[in-house]
Ligand binder design. Structure first.
Ligand code: 26V
Length: 823
């Protein structure tokens, strides 16, 4: 049992305290009298690292000695959040650390607040990668996460006069205690230049790439501590630097300043995370980022393989599997081909056979604007040899695979080709990924079905076993145990204390769903969490909210397909009902939003502004007697999510059906006892299956209905004229009711929903959404009924443990064996 596992680090409070103080002196160079909170935090991390770093070394040594097969998770994003609480949870020292800091007159939570979030990701895709590395380590699988060591993570968001302002995020400006630099594993990466065709004595063709630039990649390792801390894997993130070698050339040619310019250009590669979520812009720097980290990682993998197997490539596919987190790292495919064919001088067919057994690809979106395409012209400039290889992969694929399957069918060939013909030729990274991978998966049942039927139907015909599903999950260590300690303690009392690794055991709570004593305690914990969130709301926004009110939460990136605007329109309708009838029957409600908009996404920013303007008006209107409050919490991020999720009564999952691949916030909220109001989209469907239809509130069009409606010609004006309330609310946007003295400041939202066609069928789903909220109101007013629903939600979310997702990947794709690490 895990409780036993956790006993391996038997450290007393006294010992832990001494260790922190020791690090305050010898690592931080200060003392108890003058240490800042930041220094105490650093010293506490250093104390935890005494355990963690030992385990990293031991894990790596064991994996090397046992020559284990490992998964290499390639991702442009790892949204890790904070580490201290999580790592303490994993080594089982949370209570000890709490007491130790208390004895030092420090507040544990305050010290944890000193840690900046490691926000090297945008949203769902990056956070999924973080949950997956946690589960891989917890389950004892040999795994390494590869990514970029961005100097600046996702921007921090400030709200000024209701509008989003972006500020750079400098998460490691003053050093970061969780990372280890490994200069001994630096790699050199070529870019630009041209390809020379050579012939050897036998008349064989040989390609030589003469790069125009060499960039250095410096690896930083971040320990990923599995729960129980037996396995501690690493996340290896590459930082770009100017190559010394190249620099000296320039320098010797008399260009001291030129050399500095080269430095800046090289260091730009890992400077900043692209803040777009779901829109592809085709920027050169982004392609270079992708290639830079893929090339470093492939070299790293091959170096490690050769240390065990020398030049014998025959075991490579037994030892190495690479998972592509979306198409962002797909350039790893031609890179591995280049190394095998040009460098290892392997025959094309042998090299291709290796690739096809190494790569697997996860698709995370169907949105057409997010599907990556690179112009052939740009590709040729940055990676001339890779473009040739892609052409070769493509022509062999079209000839050897497509032609036999679809004889003389040019239309299918055009569709499946890696190269899109048009006025500008493009490289389609999705097609390349499907062709090179042995498995392709979607991230929830419905999404995987749509990948097969709508995105890649012909590929599915050619390779019926290639396309598959792995439903996403979240780590219950961060998203229940550490963020909701009171509920965790209750669960341990009623279930067993190994639920964080056997989440299905939560099922046992079903037995207590109608137990009034248990209901009381469960709802008291929810209330206490709401009191805590109310304090956060007060301190960040100065808005007072009543913790007895229903807390309705929508937290996710701002995007029109996620339909925060639907939520807003409904809030305005409630406000209007209250103004027309002060006795309108509804429980007190607080609507809480957290969302960042991509800096260049105009409509998303307008929606943020509108939410804030409506909030200003509603929150300060004495007529409605505090029955309705609207809160937009600035700078939504992992650490803020950890405070919001335990306090949610209702979880808003209201994307247009077919658009949200899975969602993972939906899982975190339900796990913490929130009731979902949601569409039949992504993992909502599976959540409803697990919790039962009575314990979620489903509304809106289904995927089939959306398709039918669009085919029949959707007209948003029909809904506008048919629904008096909807019309009145939309017309409100034209007035200055929420923007005094500035009529029409919010009018673009109305226009997007009527004049620009309402791409995401917001108006079509409005009536159904409004009815669903009426149902929520009724249910919430019946306390035992609500408590029962909340408990059943927590009880039935076992499926959404990311350990289960990882086990699915292992069984169906990766074929790994867990590796025991000695104590
Ligand atoms: C796309 C792009 C396009 C180019 C610019 C930078 C950039 C950055 C991220 C993305 C990713 C879009 C795909 C994505 O985030 N999908 C989300 O994946 C989650 C995990 O599977 C899933 O739960 C969400 O439903 C899905 O939207």
């Amino acid at each position: 049992a895990v409780s036993d596992d956790l006993k391996q680090f038997e450290v007393t409070t006294e010992e832990f305290k001494d260790c922190v103080v020791k690090h305050l002196h010898v690592t931080l160079g200060t003392d108890e009298n003058k240490a800042s909170k930041k220094a105490w935090w650093n010293a506490t991390c250093a104390a935890v690292n005494e355990i963690v770093f030992e385990r990293v070394t031991k894990t790596q040594k064991t994996h090397y000695q046992k020559d284990t097969r490992a998964v290499h998770y390639f991702s442009l994003e790892f949204l890790m959040g904070r580490f201290l609480k999580n790592n303490l949870t994993s080594v089982g020292l949370t209570d000890i650390a709490k007491q130790a800091l208390e004895q030092l007159d420090l507040d544990f939570n305050e010290i944890c607040e000193e840690e900046p979030d490691m926000a090297l990701g945008n949203g769902g895709l990056g956070r999924l990668a973080a949950c997956f590395v946690d589960s891989l380590a917890t389950l004892g699988y040999p795994a390494i996460g590869y990514g970029i060591h961005y100097e600046h993570g996702l921007f921090t968001q400030e709200i000024q006069h209701g509008r989003q302002l972006e500020r750079p995020d400098s998460w490691r400006e003053y050093g970061n205690p969780w990372e280890i630099c490994r200069p001994e594993s630096i790699q050199e990466i070529p870019l630009y230049g041209y390809v020379e065709t050579k012939y050897d004595e036998g008349g064989h063709i040989h390609k030589e790439w003469h790069p125009g630039r060499i960039i250095k990649g410096v690896p930083w390792d971040i320990p990923v501590v599995g729960y129980g801390a037996k396995t501690v894997n690493i996340l290896r993130l590459w930082e770009s630097r100017a190559s010394d070698f190249f620099n000296w050339d320039v320098f010797n040619a008399g260009g001291y300043l030129d050399a500095q310019v080269e430095n800046v250009q090289a260091e730009t590669i890992s400077k900043v995370l692209y803040p777009n979520d779901n829109t592809e812009a085709g920027k050169e720097l982004r392609l270079i980022q992708q290639y830079f980290f893929c090339a470093c990682s492939i070299k790293d993998i091959i170096r490690r393989y050769k240390r065990a197997h020398g030049n014998d490539w025959s075991k490579f596919t037994d030892q190495v599997v690479i998972q592509l987190n979306d198409t962002h790292p797909a350039v790893a495919i031609p890179e591995l081909m280049r190394i095998l064919v040009d460098r290892a001088e392997m025959h094309w067919d042998d090299a291709w056979a290796i690739c096809q057994n190494v790569f697997a690809y996860t698709n995370h979106t169907l949105l057409p604007e997010a599907l990556e395409k690179w112009s052939v012209r740009l590709f040729e400039k940055v990676l001339p040899r890779h473009l040739e290889i892609i052409y070769e992969i493509n022509s062999r694929f079209l000839e050897d695979v497509v032609e036999p399957a679809f004889p003389d069918n040019d239309e299918v060939k055009r569709k499946l080709s890696i190269i899109e013909e048009g006025h500008e030729k493009m490289v389609r990274m999705g097609n390349l990924s499907v062709i090179a991978s042995f498995k392709v998966n979607g991230v929830a049942e419905i999404h995987s079905q749509l990948v097969k039927s709508d995105l890649f139907p012909e590929f599915n015909q050619i390779w019926p076993d290639k396309l598959t599903n792995v439903t996403n999950g979240v780590t219950p260590r961060r998203w229940l145990k550490s963020c909701n300690p009171a509920l965790s303690k209750l669960i341990s009392e009623y279930v067993d204390d190994d639920w964080p690794v056997h989440l299905d055991k939560l099922q046992k709570l079903n037995d207590f769903a109608d137990d009034s004593k248990f209901q009381k305690v469960f709802m008291q914990i929810k209330h206490d969490n709401k009191v805590e969130l109310a304090k956060v709301i007060k301190s960040l926004t100065n808005i007072e909210v009543d913790p007895t009110a229903l807390f309705d939460i929508q937290i996710k990136r701002l995007h029109e397909y996620k339909r925060q605007q639907l939520n807003l329109i409904h809030i305005m309708a409630l406000y209007r009902r209250l103004l027309q009838n002060p006795d309108y029957d509804m429980p007190k409600r607080v609507f809480i939003f957290g969302a960042k908009a991509a800096p260049g996404y105009y409509m998303a920013k307008e929606i943020i502004y509108a939410i804030n303007k409506v909030a200003d008006r509603v929150n300060n209107d004495a007529r409605i007697k505090d029955k309705l409050k609207v809160v937009f919490l600035p700078n939504y991020r992992v650490s803020l999510a950890e405070k919001m999720i335990p306090a949610a009564d209702v979880s808003e999952q209201i994307s247009l059906a077919g658009k949200e691949a899975s969602g993972t916030g939906n899982m975190k909220l339900a796990l913490n006892g929130a009731v979902t109001i949601g569409t039949l989209d992504g993992a909502n469907i599976e959540i409803a299956e697990e919790a039962g239809e009575d314990n979620v509130v489903i509304f809106g069009l289904t995927v089939e209905e959306v398709k039918a409606k669009k085919a029949a010609g959707y007209n948003p004006w029909d809904y506008y004229y048919a629904n008096e309330e909807l019309k009145a609310v939309l017309d409100w946007f034209d007035t200055d009711y929420f923007t005094p003295g500035k009529p029409g400041e919010l009018a673009e939202i109305k226009r997007s929903l009527l004049d620009y066609g309402d791409t995401y069928l917001t108006l079509a789903d409005y009536a159904s959404y409004s009815d669903a909220h009426k149902k929520i109101d009724r249910l919430y007013q019946d306390k035992p009924t609500w408590a029962r629903m909340a408990i059943i939600n927590t009880a039935t979310m076992g499926k959404f443990n990311s350990d289960r997702s990882i086990q699915d990947y292992v069984n169906n794709i990766w074929k790994l064996t867990p590796c025991f690490i000695e104590e």
